[in-house]
Write a protein that binds this ligand. Structure first.
Ligand code: 8Y7
Length: 290
C-alpha cells in the first residue's frame, strides 16, 4: 500500500522544516563507541573538532536537513554514560555547529538537563530514544517549545536484544506511542511538535522489525510525522549476511520502503545516497519530475 507522505511543517527554533517532502537527518556520533562508526571522529580518547566540522560540512553539502548529535551510545549492550560526561561531549559541539552552519541541529538524548542546555545553545529538535520517559523530560521539551521525536524501545540498550517479545509488535508500538503522545500533550507539548518513530532494532527481533516496516503505514493513523532509523542496522545484516561496512544498498532499499509507507524523516549515515533514494520515491508518488 502506498500512502502519500505529505506532512505539515516543524518549527525548529525558527528554521521551518517543511515535511511536504522527505527530509534527511545525518547522524553525528560524538561517542567513542557507537555501533557503526564508533570513534571515527576521535584522535585517541579526544574528540577531534576538525573531523567533526568536516563531517558536518560534508553531510550538509550532501543534502542533510538535520544533524542529529548524540553523546551516549545506544547500541545493543552499550554502557550508560554519566549526565555530566554526556553534556561535556555534546554541548561544545552544538555551540560550535550552531555558529558555523545553517542547518537544523538535533540533540539525541534522554537527559532533560541536556535538552534544556542544548536548546539554549541553538538546537532546533530533540530526539529521544526513550520517548521523554525520564522524569522531567516532557517538561523540558515543553519549556523549549521545540519539536521532539518519541521513539519506541522495549527495555534498555544494555539488555534490549536479549528476548524481545510482543503480543503484536505493530499494535504494541502504536499503543505505546499513543500513550506517550497523550502524556506529552497533557504536560504542555504541542501535538504539532511531536514526531513518532517505531525504533527499529530497539528491543526487536528481525521479524519484529520486518513486521513494523511492512506495516509502517498503520502509524499514520496517529497523525504525527514518522521518522525512521534503519541505516546499516542489524536487520540488514541478518537478511543479507553483510557486515556493517557493506549495508548501503540494504539501507537504501529499506529507506525506499519506509518512504512508500509514509516515513518523512530518515536518520542515516549515508546522506547523499538516501536523499537520492527518497527523492525518487517522492517523484513516483507525485508522478512528477520535481
Ligand atoms: C535511532 C535513533 C539510534 C532510531 C531515532 C543506530 C539515536 C542506533 N537509532 N533515534 N538513534 N531512531 N529516532 O543504529 O532508529 O543509529 S542509535
Amino acid at each position: 500500500m502506498i500512502i502519500k507522505p505529505l506532512g505539515p511543517a516543524l518549527n525548529c527554533a525558527g528554521r521551518v522544516l517543511d515535511l511536504s517532502r522527505p527530509r534527511v537527518m545525518g547522524i553525528l556520533n560524538v561517542t567513542p563507541d557507537s555501533f557503526s562508526d564508533g570513534g571515527v571522529l576521535y584522535s585517541g580518547a579526544n574528540l577531534a573538532l576538525d573531523k567533526v566540522l568536516h563531517r558536518v560540512e560534508q553531510m550538509v553539502s550532501e543534502g542533510a536537513d538535520i544533524i542529529d548529535i548524540g553523546g551516549e551510545s545506544t547500541r545493543p549492550g552499550a554502557a550508560a554514560v554519566s549526565s555530566q560526561e554526556e553534556q561535556d561531549r555534546v554541548l561544545p559541539v552544538i555551540e560550535r555547529l550552531a555558529r558555523d552552519f545553517d542547518v537544523v541541529l538535533s540533540v539525541d538524548t534522554s537527559n532533560p538537563q541536556l535538552m534544556l542546555a542544548a536548546a539554549a545553545s541553538g538546537v532546533g529538535f530533540i530526539n529521544d530514544v526513550r520517548a521523554l520517559a525520564r522524569p522531567g523530560a516532557i517538561e523540558a521539551v515543553a519549556a523549549t517549545g521545540l519539536p521532539a521525536c518519541l521513539m519506541h524501545m522495549q527495555g534498555e540498550p544494555s539488555s534490549m536484544q536479549q528476548a524481545p517479545a510482543y503480543a503484536d509488535v505493530v499494535a504494541d508500538v502504536m499503543a505505546f506511542l499513543t500513550q506517550r503522545i497523550e502524556a506529552c500533550t497533557k504536560l504542555g507539548v504541542a501535538r504539532r511538535n511531536l514526531v513518532i518513530d517505531p525504533g527499529f532494532g530497539f528491543g526487536k527481533s528481525a521479524q519484529h522489525n520486518l513486521q513494523l516496516l511492512n506495516r509502517l503505514d498503520q502509524l499514520q493513523s496517529l497523525h504525527c510525522p514518522i521518522l525512521v532509523g534503519l541505516s546499516r542496522k542489524s536487520l540488514i545484516g541478518q537478511v543479507l549476511k553483510r557486515p556493517v561496512s557493506e549495508r548501503l544498498a540494504g539501507s537504501l532499499a529499506l529507506a525506499a520502503i519506509a518512504a512508500m509507507r509514509g516515513a518523512v524523516i530518515f536518520r542515516v549515515h549515508d546522506v547523499r545516497e538516501t536523499a537520492d533514494a527518497v527523492r525518487l520515491c517522492t517523484s513516483v508518488f507525485k508522478e512528477q519530475v520535481e
